[in-house]
Design a protein around this ligand. Structure first.
Ligand SMILES: NCc1[nH]cc(CCC(=O)O)c1CC(=O)O
Length: 322
């Protein structure tokens, strides 16, 4: 009997669902038993707004537990990770990515186009606020926070006070609530956050056997797309709450497999909206992201990011609550 591997997880429905899923997949692929160990983060204990809690509250407790050897590996929502890696830790796998698109959950089954002027739409992410404003639909965009169920309750609950909310489709899928979706938003209108829908499976870099074991969960095309999107974000020196969107799609091109990367930087009020794309091979994923970021910077992305949401070099902002 081998001792079970300890998978550290937050206690939220989303974290438990994605950790449980990875645990099952690992056991199925390797026969190794996995035990879930709940790690309580400062972000779970506090009701203060996320931006006041400081840097990386949701990720750092898991990383501390890894470094302290209290757990063997952890599963993160990739989009919530700072662009700088953690010393001594390694992302051993990026499993098959879920649908990266955002979803609208609106009253009366409405789509975005069916919302009347003045409709109240809730979202916490600057990237979504900016793109909703850029649609020019006179939507009243309201900042919200809380876990997925809390956010759904703002539209569907007995005390509903909003006409709609925008959430990641992947998160809803993981907690079994895609039934609430009234429209999956086309990336043409709402480009997703870099790495949205992807997971990062992290362990200690010196835990060589585990690095190798976890490698069975890695899905190379998902990793390549995420590497390109995150390279764009890192080159812009923006954090995960900045109004930066990126989506790398893999497709079969004339020269074999290609990444088609789209990136956007939008001012929070939606009046400045830079969108560009670039194509390359998956082996050059990071270079594609960097080059696309450089093009966006040439067009003035830094002045948009300077207005708001720019975390600056070496720092990270966290808008996440799940
Ligand atoms: N910002 C919080 C967050 N972090 C990860 C997800 C779930 C989707 C994912 O794993 O990318 C969500 C919820 C949301 O954005 O609606």
């Amino acid at each position: 009997m081998t001792a079970p591997l300890r998978l550290g997880t937050r206690g939220s429905a989303l974290a438990m669902a994605q950790s449980g899923h990875v645990a099952e997949a690992l056991t199925a692929a390797t026969g190794r038993p996995v035990e879930l160990v709940e790690v309580v983060t400062a972000g779970d204990r506090s009701t203060a707004p996320v931006h006041r809690l400081g840097v990386g509250v949701f990720v750092s407790a898991l990383r501390d537990a890894l470094t302290a050897r209290e757990i063997d590996f952890a599963v993160h929502s990739y989009k919530d990770l700072p662009t700088a890696g953690a010393p001594g830790l390694h992302i051993a796998a990026v499993p098959l990515r879920q649908d990266p698109r955002d979803a609208l959950i609106a009253r009366d089954g409405r789509t975005l186009a069916e919302l009347p002027p003045g409709a109240r739409v809730g979202t916490g992410a600057l990237r979504r606020i900016a793109q909703l404003h850029a649609l020019g639909l006179q939507l009243e965009v309201t900042p919200i926070r809380g876990n997925i169920d809390t956010r759904l309750g703002r539209v569907l609950g007995p005390d509903a006070d909003l006409d709609a909310v925008v959430l990641a489709r992947a998160g809803l899928a993981r907690i079994g609530r895609t039934d609430a979706i009234t429209e999956t938003l086309d990336p043409m209108l709402m480009l997703p956050a870099p790495a949205q829908g992807a997971l990062a499976v992290e362990c200690r870099i010196d835990d060589h056997d585990l690095v190798e074991l976890l490698g069975v969960l890695d899905h190379a095309p998902s990793r390549a797309a995420v590497v390109a999107e995150r390279a764009l974000l890192a080159t812009l020196e923006a954090g995960c709450s900045a109004p930066v969107a990126a989506y790398g799609e893999l497709a079969e091109g004339d020269a074999g497999e290609e990444i088609y990367l789209r990136g956007a930087v939008i001012s929070p009020d939606g009046t400045r909206d830079l969108r560009l794309s670039r194509t390359g091979t998956p082996a050059d994923a990071a270079e594609i992201g960097k080059a696309l970021a450089a093009e966006l910077l040439e067009l003035g992305a830094d002045s948009i990011l300077g207005q708001e949401g720019h975390a600056g070099p070496g720092t990270q902002q966290f808008g996440s609550t799940e």
